[in-house]
Design a protein around this ligand. Structure first.
Ligand SMILES: [Zn+2]
Length: 48
C-alpha cells in the first residue's frame, strides 16, 4: 500500500521548448511559456 499523490508523475510538455513540466505549474519552468491545461480536445473522426 503505497501512498500516492494523484498528480504524481504527470508531466506537461512545453510546446515552446519541449521541457517536461510538472502538471501543477502554470507556466514552463524553463521558458515561462504558458502551458496548456490537461484538456481533452474532441478527436475528429477521420472519414472512412
Ligand atoms: Zn518551455
Amino acid at each position: 500500500m503505497c501512498f500516492r499523490p494523484p498528480s504524481a508523475g504527470k508531466k506537461v510538455i512545453c510546446e515552446a521548448c519541449g521541457t517536461p513540466n510538472p502538471e501543477i505549474v502554470k507556466n514552463c519552468i524553463k521558458c515561462k511559456a504558458e502551458l496548456k491545461k490537461d484538456t481533452n480536445p474532441p478527436k475528429e473522426e477521420p472519414p472512412k
